[in-house]
Design a protein around this ligand. Structure first.
Ligand code: ASP
Length: 314
């Protein structure tokens, strides 16, 4: 595996399989009373977040702590960024602590790649603008695999604001890499031009969603919208909301969170047994443990270290 995880494109299918396998072994650790392994003892992980986050920041924090790393959380609000310090200076300052990894979230597409150039630490992209969110896609693949062992040929529909969604981009790449057939669906104003080049189909309506094995709904990303992309949320919901009328009995429902209740999803489907939303959050911890493990402690390609050493109790 490469030194950084900036995009799903950094991973082969084999890399993804290895991360999923590792995450499964960490799920066993998470079931213990003492949920800790010594793997990253003495290593430092810095969570550097320039944008709001609940799930991603908390699960990376728990993941680093369960691997016994020393963790530092830096949020742009309240840091020297407020005093005008540049991203480069902030990264170089934090790199003075010799971190093993910097987990970085930013509102700017491509910013994680810049951070990787300014530090000797491994960089994990925890979401860069509307570009990518690779660990979200990995935890989604992990969650789905717990329900459908075979992903090859699975029909996945990603519905909603694809244009502003880094999750959509990473998930199209990850799901197709795992053999799924992916269709993106939403109002034409919210579908990026040329998205088919990522290997998915496009549907401007929900007609045909009944064929899906999995419906993956996206949040309306108001914070990234500069204009008006839909006439109104009510009209959007009328045409694209996943509700109990549109969710078939055998279909699984996913969403990266946070959910806008009553917009992309109706309250009843959020709370239905078909919804994997809470399970996706749980998967975030073990998958992020696996990513940190692979980047910081995994065997480099061709090295002799065992591929799947069992985690040892601390
Ligand atoms: N939590 C995800 C992200 O940070 C999805 C979302 O915000 O809608 O991209």
């Amino acid at each position: 595996m490469k030194k950084h995880l900036l995009s799903i494109d950094d991973l082969t299918r084999e890399d993804i399989e290895r991360i999923l396998h590792r995450a499964e072994s960490f799920a066993e650790v998470s079931g213990r009373e003492i949920k800790k392994v010594p793997t990253l003892r003495g290593r430092t992980v810095i969570n550097l977040f320039y944008e709001a986050s609940t799930r991603t920041s908390s699960s990376f924090e728990i993941a680093a702590k369960r691997l016994s790393a020393d963790l530092v959380n830096v949020k742009s609000a309240g840091s020297s960024v407020d005093k005008g310090e540049s991203l480069k200076d902030t990264v170089q300052t934090l790199s003075a602590y010799d971190p093993a990894a910097i987990v970085f979230r930013s509102p700017s597409a491509g910013a994680a790649g810049l951070v990787a150039r300014w530090t000797t630490a491994s960089v994990v992209n925890a979401g860069d603008g509307k570009r990518e969110h690779p660990t979200q896609a990995l935890l989604d693949v992990y969650t789905l695999r717990r329900h459908r062992r075979k992903l090859d040929g699975l029909n996945v529909w990603i519905v909603g604001d694809v244009l502003h969604s880094r999750v959509a981009r990473s998930n199209i790449l990850a799901f197709t890499r795992m053999g799924c057939r992916v269709t993106v669906c939403g109002p034409p104003t919210l579908i990026p031009r040329g998205v088919e080049a990522l290997g998915c189909d496009v549907s401007p309506t929900l007609e045909g969603v009944g064929e899906a094995d999995v419906i993956y709904a996206l949040r309306m990303q108001h914070e990234r919208m500069t204009g008006s992309f839909v006439p109104s949320l009510r009209e959007y919901a009328a045409q694209y909301q996943i509700n109990s009328r549109r969710l078939g009995a055998g279909q699984l429902l996913m969403h990266p969170g946070p959910v806008n209740r009553g917009v992309e999803l109706s309250a009843d489907v959020i709370d239905s047994p078909q919804a994997l939303i809470t399970e996706q959050v749980q998967s975030g911890v073990v998958v992020r443990m696996a990513v940190l493990y692979e980047l910081l402690a995994g065997a480099p390609t061709g090295a002799e270290a065992p591929i799947h050493p069992e985690p040892q109790p601390a």
